[in-house]
Design a protein around this ligand. Structure first.
Ligand SMILES: *Cc1c(COP(=O)(O)O)cnc(C)c1O
Length: 377
C-alpha cells in the first residue's frame, strides 16, 4: 500500500487536462461557460460556490488521508463545525466536550441560546458522565482530543460506539494531531474535521477547514449544505493548502521530534512544575504519535510566566498552532481569556500555564532559547 507521505506528494500531480502542467493550476474563475443552454451539455464545473477544481483536488487529497468517502473544504475550521450542525434537526440534542476549542464553545452556546440545538458540555474523560446525558433525542456527539491546552485525552472508539448505539452521529475535531497522528474514521467516527489553518496548511498563511465523511451519503449531505449556505473555501486558499500538504509528513515528524526534546528538557527542569504532553495511556492506543503541542506550568506565579514570555527568543508570542514556526502563548490571558476566572480555575488553567506549538527549527536552537528564558525567571 502506498504510504500517506507519498500520496500527499502525488495527489493531483499531472492532473491538468488543459496543458499537462505537473502542478495543478489555480482556477480563480467564479463561473464557467455552458456550450449549450441545456444541462446535459454542461461540463463538470459551473459556479465557484458549488465546485471548483482546486477545492476538489484538496478535498480528494484530504478524504484519502482520512480514509473517508468524501470531503468538503470550508472557509475556516469554524465553518466546518457549523457545516456539521446543519445535519441536525431543529432543537436536536448534542454532547460536546466541556474543554473544547473556545470558538466551538462560543458557537455551540449561541446556537443553544437561539434554540437551534440543545447542547450539554461534558467532561468526556468520564465515559459514565457522557452516557448519563445520552437520550433518545441525542443526535450528535462532538469529540476533541487531545484537549486544548491541557492535552486531556478521551476515548474516541468508546464515544463513537456510544453514539452509534444511540443512533447519533459522531464527529471528531482532529486539528491538534492531524490525520497523520490520529485517524478518527478508523476509530469509528462518522466524520472527522480539521481547521486546515493549522497543520494541514502548516505555514500560518491560510484560514480554512475541512469535514471528511465516512460514507458517500454523509459526504453528499455535507456538500449540499456547504453549497446552500455558502460555506465552501476559496480557490486560492485551496491551492495554498494543497501545496502545504505536500510536506505535511516531513513537518509533523520534525515538529514532533522537537516537541519530544522540549518535553524531556522541561520534565527535568527545576522551574517547571507540570508538563502536559499526550505520550502515555490512551494516546498509545489511539494515536500513532504524541504530536507537537505541549503545555507546562512554571514556578514563581504569574510574574514568572510573564517574564518567561517576555524574555524568550525564537518562540513568537501568538495564538494559533501547527505552523513551521514555533509559537508560545499564555492561555489564561490569550486563547482562553473569554472564559470566566472560575471556569478557568475549574479547568486547571491558571496564569502559570504556558502552551507551545513546536515548529521545525533546529532542535538545539529551540532548547537553548527555552533554557535561557527559564533561567531568567
Ligand atoms: C483553530 C481551531 C478551530 C477553528 O478553526 P479556524 O480555522 O480558526 O476557524 C477549531 N478547532 C480547533 C481544535 C482549533 O485549534
Amino acid at each position: 500500500m502506498t504510504s500517506p507521505a507519498t500520496k500527499l506528494v502525488q495527489s493531483g500531480i499531472g492532473w491538468d487536462p488543459a496543458y499537462g502542467a505537473v502542478v495543478p493550476p489555480l482556477y480563480m474563475s467564479s463561473t464557467y461557460v455552458w456550450p449549450e443552454p441545456n444541462v446535459e451539455s454542461k461540463g463538470p464545473y459551473d459556479y465557484g460556490r458549488t465546485n471548483n477544481p482546486n477545492r476538489d483536488l484538496l478535498a480528494n487529497a484530504l478524504a484519502e488521508l482520512d480514509g473517508g468517502a468524501g470531503a468538503v473544504v470550508t472557509s475556516s475550521g469554524m465553518a466546518a463545525i457549523d457545516l456539521v450542525l446543519n445535519l441536525l434537526p431543529a432543537g436536536a440534542h448534542m454532547i460536546a466536550p466541556h474543554d473544547c476549542y473556545g470558538g466551538t464553545h462560543r458557537l455551540l452556546s449561541a446556537r443553544h441560546q437561539q434554540g437551534q440545538i440543545r447542547v450539554d458540555f461534558i467532561d468526556q474523560g468520564n465515559l459514565d458522565a457522557v452516557q448519563a446525558q445520552v437520550t433518545p433525542e441525542t443526535a450528535m456527539i462532538l469529540i476533541e482530543t487531545p484537549s486544548n491546552p491541557l492535552m486531556r485525552l478521551t476515548d474516541v472508539a468508546a464515544l463513537c460506539d456510544m453514539a452509534r448505539a444511540a443512533g447519533a452521529l459522531s464527529v471528531v475535531d482532529n486539528t491538534f494531531l492531524s490525520p497523520l497522528r490520529q485517524q478518527p474514521l478508523a476509530l469509528g467516527a462518522d466524520m472527522a474535521l480539521q481547521s486546515t489553518t493549522k497543520y494541514l496548511n502548516g505555514h500560518s498563511d491560510v484560514v480554512g477547514g475541512v469535514v471528511v465523511a465516512k460514507t458517500e451519503e454523509l459526504a453528499e449531505q455535507l456538500a449540499w449544505w456547504a453549497n446552500a449556505a455558502g460555506l465552501t473555501g476559496s480557490p486560492f486558499d485551496s491551492y495554498q493548502t494543497l501545496r502545504g500538504l505536500r510536506t505535511l509528513a516531513l513537518r509533523v515528524n520534525a515538529a514532533e521530534a522537537n516537541a519530544k526534546a522540549i518535553v524531556a528538557c522541561l520534565r527535568a527542569h527545576d522551574r517547571v512544575t507540570q508538563v502536559y504532553y499526550p505520550d502515555a495511556g490512551l494516546a498509545l492506543q489511539q494515536q500513532s504519535g504524541p504530536g507537537a503541542m505541549l503545555s507546562f506550568c512554571v514556578t514563581g506565579g504569574a510574574d514568572a510566566a510573564a517574564t518567561l514570555l517576555r524574555e524568550i527568543t525564537l518562540f513568537r508570542l501568538a495564538a494559533s498552532l501547527g505552523g513551521v514556526e514555533s509559537l508560545i502563548c499564555q492561555p489564561a490571558t490569550m486563547t482562553h481569556r473569554g472564559m470566566s476566572a472560575e471556569a478557568r480555575a475549574e479547568a486547571g488553567l491558571d496564569e502559570t500555564l504556558i502552551r507551545v506549538s513546536t515548529g521545525i527549527e533546529a532542535t538545539e536552537d529551540l532548547i537553548n532559547a527555552l533554557k535561557a528564558a527559564l533561567a531568567s525567571i
